[in-house]
Design a protein. Structure first.
Length: 532
């Protein structure tokens, strides 16, 4: 079965059992400030589980685009080193909002796997939370799982109560509960022991489906409170189940990734399709494109910085394959062809995705090669430790995110001095505080309509200068060569969240790879302060 067929088959199976098919929500959660990104299918239903929101249905099924590249759930550093970790992935799920509970959830899962998809039951193992006798009995007495293929998983030693791989929680707070995981046995030729054993970290037994029985809400103090109605939240990675159904061991061998890896090879001039860097690039184009589709643009903090880190990691792997010119943005069209049918918003935004990626590629390309020369020289130290000052120089001067530097060092068997880097960062922050008395922050007040931000749609536009300030006072003219603050009616500059300084003496156009032509206009139409 192709990935698209698996996705459709899953949704149709649950639709026939009374579930409403609900579209994927964006990667940026609309209802949860505690999460950096949507990391599972239940995020869009959080308020339903908490009893704060009602829907016209009690059963739902989704294929949810998800991202785990920042915050509590972060798989970025594992991409390229394992067969199954991704930044972006699709989570297939079925949900019950106070309707059915453990019995139906377990029977639905087993029916889909063994009857609909005809997977042999003897190659599957199951885990339950240590004291969840109900789930254990359902698996052993009703489904018929032998007791030697089911494991009770308790709390991690020293981690506290309910800190177990089989007690699921979306974040530090929010809905949570015991869970039951289904594992697939890839065969004795693959290293690794069954779940719950000392050898469980191997690749032989892979989790393919997690059935979460939502019973509690964890508050900020860590206390658990029963939910109004026990509910069900399940999650099955499309990429993992596709590997099983397509008879391959690695997620990167499934049809979705084969096409993207070929495209990455085409754009980097690489003939060997087994190159690990191609897998990284193929994974990262999915994450970057969908983040941009959902309104995130590269920046210096928050979600924008996560996007920047992923882009630059992909570019470094292109550099590793010998690519010195922009290439990454070209893969957006291949991704739209591969996933556009399931996510029509992707092909609609593909030109904007390419524009944003190309601008970031050109920006980082100017410093990547020089930064790599500095890093290559530093990695020759005999103590196998990259000093914090060099890590900071790469970050501050050449735009290398710390995890990018760590990734390169890791390939060479070198550790990085995180403490030294943090000390250098602290020193820079102190210096910045001492010198950061922004003239425009002292007395520049302008009342009027907000500047229209157009950076999501274009990186170049024509804007009107509606006011000019010098030394905190509004003026009509500024002598040539002197610094001033200008107010524009519209702008592509991302000035508030990680943008560059907003004085006319700075060069945000070069720094942000945005540009605007301006004309003077007498009407006052902006309260935002920016620069051209």
């Amino acid at each position: 079965m192709k990935s698209a067929d698996i996705r459709s088959s899953f949704l149709e199976f649950f639709a026939r059992r009374g579930h409403t098919v609900v579209a994927s929500s964006p990667l940026v959660p609309a209802n949860d400030p505690t999460l950096l990104f949507t990391n599972s299918g239940m995020v869009q239903f959080k308020d339903v589980f908490l009893g704060r929101e009602t829907r016209p249905y009690k059963r739902a099924t989704t294929s949810q685009r998800s991202l785990r590249a920042g915050g509590k759930h972060n798989d970025l550093e594992n991409v390229g080193y394992t067969a199954r970790h991704h930044t972006f992935f699709e989570m297939l799920g079925n949900f019950s909002f106070g309707d059915y509970f453990k019995r139906d959830a377990i029977h639905f899962a087993w029916e889909l796997l063994t009857r609909e998809w005809k997977l042999p039951g003897e190659r599957m193992w199951v885990t339950v939370y240590e004291n969840d006798d109900e789930a254990y009995d359902l698996w052993t007495k009703e489904v018929g799982i032998p007791t030697d293929r089911i494991a009770r998983i308790g709390d991690k030693p020293g981690a506290g109560r309910y800190q177990s791989d089989n007690f699921w929680q979306m974040g530090d707070t929010g809905p949570c509960g015991p869970c039951s995981e289904i594992f697939w046995d890839h065969g004795p030729e693959v290293l690794g022991g069954p779940p719950g054993s000392a050898e469980a970290d191997g690749d032989r037994f892979i989790e393919i489906w997690n059935l979460v029985f939502m019973q509690f809400n964890r508050d900020e103090a860590g206390e658990l409170h029963p939910l109004p109605k026990p509910s069900v939240d399940t999650g099955m990675g499309l990429e993992r189940i596709a590997a099983v159904l397509q008879g391959v061991h690695s997620n990167y061998e499934i049809d979705l990734f084969r096409d993207l890896i070929k495209a990455a090879a085409r754009e980097t001039g690489t003939r060997d399709l087994s190159e690990n860097s191609l897998k990284v690039i193929a994974d990262h184009i999915r994450a970057c494109a969908f983040l941009i589709v959902d309104g995130v643009i590269p920046g210096n903090e928050g979600r924008g910085y996560v996007l920047r880190r992923i882009i630059r990691r992909a570019l470094r792997h292109g550099y590793k394959l010998g690519r010195r010119q922009p290439f990454f943005y070209r893969l957006a069209a291949d991704l739209a062809q591969a996933m556009g049918a399931a996510y029509p918003e992707l092909p609609k935004a593909v030109e904007r995705v390419k524009q944003v990626l190309q601008a970031e590629e050109e920006r980082f390309g100017e410093t990547l090669e020089n930064g790599m020369k500095v890093l290559e020289g530093a990695l020759t130290r005999e103590d196998r430790m990259l000093d914090g000052e060099t890590v900071f120089q790469l970050y501050d001067t050449f735009g290398f995110p710390v995890d990018l530097t760590a990734d390169i060092a890791r390939e060479r068997g070198v550790m990085i001095d995180h403490a030294g880097f943090e000390a250098a960062m602290a020193r820079q922050r102190e210096q910045a505080r001492a010198a950061s008395k922004f003239r425009m922050a002292a007395g520049v007040e302008y009342q009027g309509k907000p500047t229209e931000f157009r950076g999501y749609d274009t990186l170049a536009l024509e804007a009107a200068v509606v006011a000019v300030y010098k030394e905190g006072a509004q003026v009509e003219e500024v002598p040539s060569g002197e610094a001033a603050v200008v107010v524009l009616d519209c702008t592509p500059f991302y000035a508030e969240s990680g943008g560059k300084s907003a004085t006319a003496a700075s060069s945000p156009a070069r720094a942000a790879r945005s540009s605007c032509r301006t004309r003077r206009r007498s009407s006052r139409r902006s309260s935002a302060i920016t620069a051209c």
